[in-house]
Design a binder for this molecule. Structure first.
Ligand SMILES: Nc1ncnc2c1ncn2[C@@H]1O[C@H](COP(=O)(O)OP(=O)(O)OP(=O)(O)O)[C@@H](O)[C@H]1O
Ligand code: SF4
Ligand SMILES: [Mg+2]
Length: 387
């Protein structure tokens, strides 16, 4: 595909991150009242996230349902207005843009959604779905050019040329996601935000779609923010992984470092649920169980937000002092007061029952959280087959 001339040439130097998110907050008001809406509180969906994504790299963002991953992605695209903080794309503060400059910037940032059926208009055939974004931006030229472009896009995502006359319901889930990806790359963006791009697909199809994303990244020089529940998905395609808990990043590291030595208790709990292929090691594997459910983002716990469920919670600092993200290894950031002591085995974890008793929650309540945790880690360390 030919490169669309973009403001990139005049933007930040190539070595600078393509995307920089600084202390981003998105708080949704909670309204009540019969006649007049009163704001009675706020859901702190994203509460002070900072991250940077280098050009051509992939940032994997994981976390439990409701921790704010999608809201972060939407705020980057300015589909929701941030409450505070800043998003810089290619050296430009996205909030400073409006009108035509915002439209141009949006063209360079595209989104792939979890449910391609929901994001594709069932009444349009594939040709119309793929040419729509081009026409909306006044690109693609005449009928012949548009038809050629559709052919190129179908080829790029591994669909036959005959697919152009068919409708979304005539495709399988994996094929529909290919159409969603073709639509997202039609405008030759720089950044692709893929929000749970494979979680609705069978495992075998997931691998194919992930391979496609990797191939396209190389061919089109794309930068990715991949949001997922499944750590396996994130592990194999990410350069850097960030773990979110209740609106904040609790750990961020190069993918290998994070999987080799998770430092935050939450990440460690997630990792401990990962089945190990070696049966001897698997038998000795110790699960770190989490007590209690995910607290409400409308009323997050004081101090360290994880303290209500943390097996390593200490009497001092954890309940009343917010831990900051600190760099413990090269590019390995963690927000825990006791990360060194936990890493070095100086502090021992409590059982889920003990944590539950301290917090006055039942262990049964923890079972829900554990089911979620299991889903989150399912399949990690089982290499995704490349097809
Ligand atoms: N438009 C909105 N208005 C009010 N609250 C919202 C809105 N969008 C999201 N939220 C709330 O913000 C929090 C974060 O939601 P978000 O969808 O970002 O989480 P998520 O990590 O993507 O979860 P999932 O894995 O289930 O997709 C949730 O508590 C959600 O209910
Ligand atoms: S700061 Fe305390 S509660 Fe929070 S993760 Fe670390 S040990 Fe656990
Ligand atoms: Mg989401």
């Amino acid at each position: 595909m030919s490169a669309v001339p973009t403001p990139a040439a005049e933007g930040a130097p190539r070595s600078a991150p393509l995307l920089r998110v600084s202390d981003l907050q998105v708080h949704f008001p909670i309204k009540r009242g019969l006649f007049f809406d009163r704001t009675v509180g706020h859901v702190r969906a994203v509460d002070g996230v900072s991250l940077a994504i280098d050009r051509g790299s992939t940032y994997g963002l994981v976390g439990e349902s409701g921790c704010g991953k999608s809201t972060l992605g939407r705020a980057v695209l300015r589909l929701v207005e941030p409450t505070a903080g800043r998003v810089d794309f290619d050296g430009t503060d996205v909030a400073s843009l409006s009108g035509e400059s915002l439209r141009k910037m949006r063209r360079r940032m595209q989104m792939v959604f979890q449910d391609p059926m929901g994001s594709l208009d069932p009444r349009q055939d594939v040709e119309s779905l793929l040419t729509e974004p081009l026409r909306a931006h006044g690109l693609g030229g005449g009928r012949k050019e548009l038809a050629d472009r559709v052919g190129q896009l179908l080829d790029a995502v591994g669909l036959p040329a005959a697919a152009r006359r068919r409708y979304p319901h005539e495709f399988s889930g994996g094929q529909r996601q290919r159409i969603g990806i073709a639509r997202a790359v039609a405008l030759e963006p720089d950044l692709l935000i893929a929000d749970e791009p494979v979680s609705a697909l069978d495992v075998s199809v997931q691998a194919q779609v992930l391979n496609l994303l990797e191939e396209l990244q190389e061919r089109l020089d794309l930068t990715y923010l991949v949001i997922a529940h499944d750590l396996a998905v994130v592990r194999h395609i990410s350069d850097v992984v960030g773990v979110m808990y209740l609106g904040s990043l609790v750990e961020q590291a190069p993918a290998d470092a994070l999987y080799d030595e998770p430092l935050h208790p939450y990440t460690r709990a997630l990792m401990s649920a990962v089945p190990v292929p070696d049966p001897v090691v698997e038998q000795r594997r110790e699960r770190i169980l989490l007590a209690g459910d995910l607290p409400s983002p409308a009323d997050p716990p004081s101090g360290c937000r994880f303290h209500t469920r943390c097996p390593w919670r200490q009497e001092t600092r954890c309940d009343d002092e917010v831990p900051v993200l600190r760099e413990l290894g090269a590019g390995h950031w963690v927000s825990c007061h006791w990360a060194e002591e936990i890493r070095d085995g100086v502090l021992a974890p409590k059982s889920a029952e003990e944590v539950a008793a301290t917090q006055g929650v039942s262990v049964r309540a923890g079972a829900g959280a554990l089911a979620e945790t299991d889903a989150l880690v399912q399949g990690v360390d089982q290499p995704i087959e490349r097809t």
